[in-house]
Design a protein around this ligand. Sequence first.
Ligand code: SAM
Length: 299
Amino acid sequence: MSRQGKPFAANEPVLLIDKKERRHYTILEPGKTTNFRGDYLPHDEIIGQMDGVNIYSQRKQRFRVFRPTLDEQVRLMPRGAQVIYPKDIAMIIMHADVFPGARVVECGLGSGALTSGLLRAVGSEGQVTSYEIRADFINNARKNLQAFFGETPNHIIKEQDIYERFDDHDADRLLLDVPEPWRAIEQAAPVLRPGAIVCSYSPTILQVKTFVDTLHRLRLFTDIYTFETFLREWKVDSVSVRPELRMVAHTAFLTTARVISPGAAVLPKDVQAGEEEDSSQESENSAENEPEKADRVDS
Ligand SMILES: C[S@@+](CC[C@H](N)C(=O)[O-])C[C@H]1O[C@@H](n2cnc3c(N)ncnc32)[C@H](O)[C@@H]1O
């Protein structure tokens, strides 16, 4: 349930932004104080106040207090495993077409960063099931999700090795963030429904290659599409308007694919009809080799 527009309550995360715009993330606890090098900010002063309020520490230092956005939550919450960053979560939700009411399965709960984006995207009518092999990561992710969302009855966690077994038969979307997604897809492919979309997140292109080769070999997938996203921030000051000097150059590659119906099994490339041969003769640089995914046919 959304907490927007309501006073701050115990056990929810807040951002404390000081005069130098430094951001401090904390979970509100009755009776607790946050210590800034010997200066104290009691949480009881914040609980019951509204989003955006100014609160003063014992030494009269001013802090603005906000509810973290989903982006800030994902960046600042305690981590067990490495998280997927907001720029990639946004792309996953768009390219895997995660919709309100969807039944989504993710493999690799980790810290719960992607899960947070998924829970928000599917809404209360949808369902997210997360597979995770490590109990300590599950504990950490549960705390993160509880802090940000409160209760999430539409989230199921399975402490299970996805390389061994996958038992969600009616998933609309399958999201993979595990080291060997090709092993996960071997388990999941036979029970994915036609029309379902799979999206895998992998840091190295060797992982992508093995995954895509596996998708082809299974002959149940089409529209296989791989890309990565760069986000370049800009500094916009009075006299200095330029890109920031540093950026995160690489996080991971995303690969999406659609599940076909079993009766329409994809043939291996070498026995497909003439169009395959034609396209193989096109120049590598040809504009016609642009991904077809976004092409529009105007009449
Ligand atoms: C990079 S982390 C996932 C991070 C997560 N997507 C997030 O945004 O917070 C990969 C996770 O996959 C889990 N994992 C690895 N192999 C697994 C397997 N065979 N079955 C289930 N979980 C697995 C790891 O324990 C780890 O938590």
